[in-house]
Write a protein that binds this ligand. Structure first.
Ligand code: LP5
Ligand code: MN
Length: 256
């Protein structure tokens, strides 16, 4: 398992889902990035920072909303180490984007060595094993050959496919139970067991919480990162975790 060694306070946020129609979320996120650069020793963004990422070449023709987000990420990476993880919407983020931002790509999963000990970090969609249709989709789009074929298409073709996939996903989700779209308990236990860790942090489910459980007689904690939605949700929402030598602390956006 790939280790990431981090000293000092580590900030983590995921599921911001930035896109062309999320100006308020983007504004809140840019403010968060500046605060992280001021106060954190490192910032980790484990997936779904973008609502849909169709390939790193989009940065060459970035529309204003995307250019502003990229500039914010680049500004942060110039001040503190910035780590980008891939989610089910932005699994096509790659080395070209990371290099352009001055960021690094998180291993999947990442075994963090922090001031508060060893922590397993991942986006979390891989744990939704009851959702067979999604896991089948995930196997397809995570396949390097599939990705090479997709990335060989034009940007307009890829945008159209992404739009169709988003539509199909939204329709499919309406037919699924909430349980199916959450993590599977056995998959979580297996993650703790395989990594031999006591703390797991992930996003994806948009069900922020701290779960305490026992696996093989050991107390474990599973932390779920919140999603960000400041454009349509009332009240607006967003948040992050801070990991430091005193432990893990959740923070919510201070929506004045
Ligand atoms: O994303 P969300 O929150 O709606 O639901 C997710 C799972 N769905 C996905 C699919 C993505 O939304 C698709 C968009 C990705 C954008 C960028 C990638 C580049 C384009 C790729 C083009 C193929 O992740 C959803 C889970 C849910 O989380 C909860 O865990 O249930 O899983 C599904 O909905 C899977 C569906 O059941 C079946 C797959 C739908 C997509 C089919 C695409 C067909 C190809 C179309 C192009 C010709
Ligand atoms: Mn996700």
């Amino acid at each position: 398992m790939n280790k990431v060694t981090l000293q000092g306070p580590v900030w983590l946020a995921s599921d911001v889902h930035l896109g062309p129609a999320t100006p308020a979320t983007a504004e809140a996120f840019l403010g968060f990035l500046d605060a992280a650069a001021d106060e954190a020793a490192a910032l980790l963004l484990p997936g779904d920072i973008f609502d849909a990422w169709i390939g790193d070449d989009v940065i060459k023709i970035a529309p204003p909303w995307l250019a502003a987000a990229l500039q914010g990420l680049q500004r942060t990476a110039a001040r503190i180490p910035l780590w980008l993880g891939r989610g089910n919407r932005d699994f096509l983020m790659g080395a070209d984007l990371a290099n352009a931002l001055g960021a690094q790509l998180l291993p999947e999963p990442a075994l963090l060595e922090t001031d508060f000990g060893r922590i397993l970090l991942t986006h979390g969609d891989e744990y939704c094993t009851d959702d067979a249709a999604y896991q089948q989709f995930r196997t397809m789009v995570r396949n390097p050959q599939w990705q090479a074929q997709f990335l060989a298409k034009t940007i307009p073709e890829r945008m159209a496919m992404a739009q169709q996939a988003r539509g199909e996903s939204q329709s499919a989700n309406q037919m699924k139970s909430a349980e199916i779209m959450d993590v599977n308990a056995q998959a979580i236990e297996q993650a703790f067991r395989e990594a031999d860790i006591d703390i797991l942090v992930h996003g994806h489910t948009h069900r922020p919480a701290r779960h305490v459980l026992e696996v093989d007689g050991r107390r474990r904690e599973r932390w779920v990162l919140p999603d960000w939605e400041c454009d349509h949700a009332n009240p607006p929402r967003g948040g992050w975790l801070v990991i430091d030598r005193d432990g893990i602390t959740p923070y919510d956006l201070d929506i004045a």
